[in-house]
Unconditional design. Structure first.
Length: 479
């Protein structure tokens, strides 16, 4: 009898939770209101030196610089891939994206339920939502176009943006057969309601913050600026009329749009009294694009594993908890965002999905003086290109240059002097470390045009160089 009562009770409780499962996720723990809001502001193809906090003198970013002023700048802040979609897959999962086959840009395939970030992977948004956070994604997605891969399926309560990797800034239907629209929670938005996407994304962010000022919220604000196409407004072009190089002038105007948005968000958070306990993380998804961007003294650009392709403008601010106006110099990665946000929200990581990223809070608070990572790894095009950074050394296998090189970044941040012949033991050690890591990875699930682009671009660059020579020198050159 007792056991049958127990069974009934268990069944009842089970039924109760089954009925309440959707609702129960919204029940807030007593201390939920103390949890920080988290805003990730991701830009697209912005160069390392195209923010004031990394020394930009022509493109001014006074509002983005406030994040640095009230937080920590990462001087050695990396992303896990030199271009868009794989870099975002790493950021959202806290894991090297090659572990689950997301090694290339996902093709635009809105009808294909296999083309997107593996459904086995748990996104940061999902973890935060389960812990009671309100969650919101705004802007570019690029992690799969089929509805089963879109933000609502990955832990976001609210979504406003576009699924693919590229969009005109007026929000007109785009990509193959003009099927890609700006969407709000699964419904296409009429382009007539839109103004300029950067401003529209900012407005959506402001509205969400206002509506959720009493919740802890997580916002993934993924501006497509300053990615192509080069679209700007008169207001933002005014900010860069002093830049006498057309392409950079427009690129700078697109960044000015983001900076204006960051300023409005910062002001609203202050007005609502939320800024002190809000974490803002700012970074670019990869190095500066080929045309118009400035990666400072770093070699290369978006697409390359030289520093210019993977070291990005990167800063974190949490005024109530982290130091302000400081720089952290140890190498860190966008994969660390996941673990850092979980720790800030006091959420345990999932043992079934071991993170490659670390919780950076103890390092930023100076409690831990060690380097967060013994080594960082990159793999592109199924190993046709790869890189390892360990300490100050960096090994790079470049398909552009068709060779393997070793640099000591403490003496040579520009990656000018290949020391692979002088330091064969270091070269070998880093090669071995790469192979060990590589053995843990999956095969790419799909491919993209990266290798064709590499060959085309390198040929173009070398042809321009050769053309500059006298006939005599040209005849003697070997590529
Ligand atoms: Ca990008």
């Amino acid at each position: 009898m007792i056991s049958s009562i127990k069974t009934i009770a268990i069944l009842f409780i089970g039924l109760f939770f089954a009925c309440e499962s959707a609702e129960s996720k919204k029940i807030k723990p007593s201390n939920l209101n103390d949890k920080p809001n988290i805003i990730i502001i991701l830009t697209d193809d912005q160069g390392y030196a195209d923010v004031g906090f990394n020394g930009s003198k022509d493109i001014l970013t006074p509002n983005i610089d406030k994040i640095a002023e009230h937080g920590v700048v990462f001087s050695n802040g990396y992303v896990s891939h030199p271009y868009c979609s794989p870099s975002r897959a790493g950021l959202m999962t806290g894991r090297y994206q090659q572990r689950f086959g997301h090694e290339h840009n996902v093709p635009y395939a809105p009808k294909d339920s296999t083309m997107g970030t593996s459904k086995n992977e748990v996104f940061l948004s999902k973890k935060l939502k389960e812990a009671g956070y309100s969650t919101c994604a705004i802007g570019k997605w690029h992690l799969g176009d089929h509805p089963s891969f879109l933000p609502p399926e990955r832990g976001f309560d609210h979504w406003f943006g576009f699924s693919g990797g590229n969009m005109n800034y007026w929000g007109y239907p785009y990509s193959k057969n003009k099927t890609m629209h700006i969407q709000r929670n699964g419904k296409n938005v009429d382009p007539k309601e839109l103004t300029y996407l950067t401003d529209d994304f900012t407005d959506e962010a402001l509205s969400y913050i206002t509506q959720h000022k009493k919740d802890p919220f997580f916002m993934y604000l993924s501006y497509n600026a300053p990615h192509s196409p080069d679209h700007a407004t008169k207001k933002y072009l005014k900010k860069t009329e002093h830049i006498e190089y057309g392409s950079r002038s427009v690129y700078g105007a697109m960044i000015a749009g983001v900076d204006a948005g960051v300023g409005k968000i910062d002001s609203l958070l202050k007005t609502l009294g939320l800024r002190e306990n809000t974490i803002i993380i700012f970074l670019s998804d990869n190095g500066g694009r080929l045309d118009g961007a400035n990666n400072g003294h770093f070699r290369g650009h978006k697409g390359m594993l030289f520093e210019g392709g993977i070291r990005v403008p990167f800063a974190i601010s949490w005024p109530s908890q982290l130091p302000q106006g400081t720089t952290y110099n140890q190498p860190i990665t966008s994969l660390d965002i996941f673990g850092t946000c979980l720790a800030a929200a006091e959420i345990k990581a999932d043992k079934k999905q071991p993170l490659d990223g670390k919780n950076l809070l103890p390092y930023l608070n100076q409690n831990n003086k060690e380097a967060p990572h013994e080594a960082l790894f990159w793999r592109v095009a199924n190993g046709q290109e790869y890189a390892v950074r360990k300490g100050t050394y960096k090994l790079i296998r470049s398909a552009y240059k068709n060779k393997t090189m070793l640099f000591d970044l403490s003496k040579d941040e520009m990656e000018l002097n290949d020391i692979s012949l002088q330091k064969p033991e270091i070269l070998q050690e880093l090669e071995t470390r790469y192979q060990q890591w590589n053995n843990e990875l999956a095969a790419p699930k799909w491919t993209d045009a990266h290798m064709q682009n590499v060959r085309k671009e390198e040929t173009n660059v070398q042809n321009i160089r050769i053309k500059s020579l006298s006939k005599k020198e040209r005849e003697n050159i070997k590529l």
